[in-house]
Each structure stands twice: as structure tokens, then as C-alpha cells.
Design a protein around this ligand. Structure first.
Ligand code: NAD
Ligand code: LMR
Length: 341
């Protein structure tokens, strides 16, 4: 089966780190891929250069590439849409500034996806503020009349918190001097912002509870809790800002890598492994229905995802998650106030 993948912001930094890996088969293996690359008119020349380089790689699985500035053309019959195109956060910018800058982009792209993409499209929002952009795009997608007479299900819209998840895996691995492959059940809750809740409470390291392993390297459980509160959580939650400060530009290669992880796992399943995905809440863990929040998720082999339920949250986790959810609710209200919802 040939997969049609739309990528927005295709001449940008993340896309430059993403398109070649996608075309090389890192998501779909040897299955043929058609790329639909969307940009704004000012970036069309730069996108031409990307097209030349894609051609010059002679990827066997890349059967067709179309570059366009028309969202309806970009999303037509898309099986997947990676919504990367947006203005990135600059040093000193907060998320409200970003929402004002990017809400219109996600309203337009969401509406075009609602009209033109396959009804079971997998949408991964990368552009920030990613959770609320996904909410805006899903809302406008679901309002569109489609040729097939169906309405787009807003649950097809997800946002990227896999980068935060991967960062948390690496931060824990470094602390305990263990390979990342030995760690499972790390979770990111809430918003892709500095209120996010990186959570290792239920994580396992080679099958052993992570808090126990951290306590061994920290000189006891109290010191381990301090490390989690004072180092692990803030370091993961502020990693994006740290990369911006160091690079003078927001993370690109790691964001691209995480987006590919997200799409691959959502497409082919996680075989019982928990991953973090920001998905539309159905009220799980007290997150108001409709908000796009990061949760621990598993994906079946048929590509259906579900939030892992039944995790007992202690008071500390509960309070942190509530704070991130409050931020998501205020972003939603702000988006509504700006006319995006
Ligand atoms: P970039 O500026 O290098 O590229 C963005 C591209 O989007 C540009 O080429 C621009 O022309 C294009 N674009 C802007 N508006 C568009 C529109 N309406 N239609 C199509 N294309 C459009 O930025 P980048 O470094 O690639 O980052 C992209 C986004 O991803 C930013 O919002 C950034 O903050 C976000 N980001 C998210 C995560 C995450 O984990 N969720 C991580 C890193 C970056
Ligand atoms: C990241 O997490 O690296 C990006 O979302 C950039 C940012 O604005 O923090």
C-alpha cells in the first residue's frame, strides 16, 4: 500500500531533519511513500532545494513528491499529516505570543484536512503551542463537509510529546548509567510546555521500579525524590528552552526523530509498550473532555490508540498534572477568545 504523507513547513529546520528519514523508510519500511510538501509562498525557492535533494537521494520507496502552497492539495487523500509549519518560539517569547502567531495557521490547515484528507488520517501536530494547535485544527476539521459524507473525528488529531518522553528516557538513563533500552513506562502528562509532568514513578529499569534504582545512585529514597523534583522534572520540562539558548534555534533533529517515532508507533502499534502521546481527552484522569493532553498510551497493531487507565496518582503528581491541565484549559480559552475555537 502506498502511503500519502503531508508535511507542512517543509522547507524548515525540522522538516529538513525529517523528510529524508521518512523517505528512507524509517516509518513505513519498504512501503512506497508519496510526499505532499506544504509551504508558504516566501519559502518556495528553499523548498525547491529540498526537492532537488530528495531526488538526489534516489530513495527506492519515494514514489512521488508534490510541493504546493495550497493546503487542500497538500492534504488530499493524506494517510498522515505532520503539521510542522509554524513560527517557532524565539528566546523570550511565551506560549500566548505563539498562540496568537500560529492559531490562524492551524485553523486553515485543520479545515483543509477536514475536507481533503482520508477520514482515518493520522495527524501529528509539532508546531507550537502543539496541544492547543491540535485542538484548533481538530475543531475546524470536524466542521467541514466532506465528499464522503463523513465528518472528521477530532481524535485523529494528536500533538507531539514524544520528544519530551525521549528526553525523559535519556535523562533517567544518564542518571542511573543504564542504556535507554532498559527503561520502560516513562510518561509525560499534560502540555508540551514547561508545566508538563515528566513522570518516572511507574517506570521500570530492566523490570525493576525506577524510583528504587534512582534511590541506589542517590543515597536513599529521600534524595531520589529531591533529584526528581529539583533536577529531573525541571530539566526535561525546560529542555526545549535550553536547546534554544544553546543553539540559537529550537530543537530540530530531535523533534524530527520524535515525530517519526510517534507516527511509526501510531501506525504499527507499540506491542504493549507505553509511549507518551498528546491525544484528545475523553475525561481520563480528570482531564476535561476535548483537551489535547499528553497521556501514557499504547497502540494496538491495527493502529488504534488508547490511554493507559488505572494508574494511581499520588498527591504530588496529581497537583502537577492539575497545573498543566489548567494551563491547557487557559490556552483553550485564549484560543476561543482570539476566535480560533
Ligand atoms: P522553521 O522556522 O525552521 O520552519 C518552519 C517552516 O514553516 C518555515 O519554513 C515556514 O515557512 C513554514 N510555515 C510557516 N507558516 C506556514 C504555513 N501556514 N503553511 C506552511 N508552512 C508554513 O521552524 P522549525 O524549527 O522547523 O519548527 C517548526 C515548529 O515546531 C515551531 O513551532 C517549533 O516551535 C515547533 N517545535 C515543536 C516541538 C515539539 O516537540 N512539539 C519541538 C521543536 C520545535
Ligand atoms: C522543544 O521542546 O524543543 C520545542 O517545543 C521548542 C520550544 O519552544 O521549547
Amino acid at each position: 500500500m502506498t502511503r500519502t504523507v503531508a508535511v507542512t513547513g517543509a522547507a524548515g529546520s525540522i522538516a529538513y531533519a525529517l523528510l529524508f528519514r521518512l523517505a528512507a523508510g524509517e516509518v513505513y519500511g519498504k512501503e512506497p511513500v508519496r510526499l505532499r510538501l506544504l509551504e508558504v509562498p516566501q519559502a518556495v525557492d528553499r523548498l525547491d532545494g529540498v526537492l532537488m535533494e530528495l531526488a538526489d537521494c534516489a530513495f527506492p520507496a519515494l514514489v512521488d513528491v508534490v510541493a504546493t502552497t495550497d493546503p487542500d492539495e497538500a492534504f488530499a487523500d493524506a494517510d498522515a499529516a505532520l503539521l510542522v509549519g509554524a513560527a517557532p518560539r524565539q528566546e523570550g517569547m511565551n506560549r500566548a505570543d505563539l498562540l496568537r502567531a500560529n492559531g490562524e495557521v492551524f485553523r486553515t490547515h485543520g479545515a483543509a484536512i477536514g475536507r481533503a484528507a482520508k477520514a482515518d488520517v493520522r495527524v501529528v501536530v509539532v508546531g507550537n503551542p502543539a496541544n492547543t494547535n491540535a485542538l484548533i485544527a481538530a475543531h475546524h476539521a470536524s466542521l467541514q463537509d466532506r465528499e464522503d459524507g463523513r465528518r472528521m473525528d477530532p481524535a485523529r488529531f494528536t500533538a507531539l510529546t514524544r520528544l519530551d518522553h525521549n528526553r525523559a528516557m535519556s535523562a533517567l538513563a544518564a542518571k542511573i548509567d543504564a542504556p535507554v533500552g532498559s527503561i520502560e513506562r516513562i510518561t509525560i502528562w499534560g502540555n508540551h510546555s514547561n508545566t508538563q509532568v515528566p513522570d518516572l514513578t511507574d517506570a521500570l529499569v530492566d523490570g525493576r521500579p525506577a524510583p528504587e534504582v534512582v534511590a541506589e545512585v542517590c543515597d536513599g529514597p529521600a534524595a531520589a525524590r529531591d533529584w526528581v523534583a529539583d533536577d529531573f522534572i525541571p530539566a526535561v520540562a525546560n529542555r526545549g528552552a535550553a536547546v534554544i539558548a544553546a543553539r540559537g534555534a529550537s530543537s530540530a533533529a530531535s523533534a524530527a526523530s520524535a515525530a517519526l517515532d510517534h507516527l511509526r508507533d501510531w501506525t504499527f502499534g507499540t506491542d504493549g509498550v507505553r509511549v507518551s502521546m498528546a491525544v484528545r481527552s475523553s475525561g481520563e484522569y480528570g482531564v476535561p473532555e476535548g483537551l489535547v493532553s499528553s497521556f501514557p498510551c499504547t497502540v494496538e497493531a491495527d493502529g488504534s490508540y488508547r490511554v493507559v487507565e488505572g494508574i494511581e496518582l499520588d498527591a504530588d503528581r496529581r497537583a502537577r498534572i492539575d497545573a498543566s491541565i489548567a494551563e491547557l484549559a487557559s490556552e483553550r480559552d485564549e484560543a476561543a477568545g482570539l476566535g480560533f475555537l
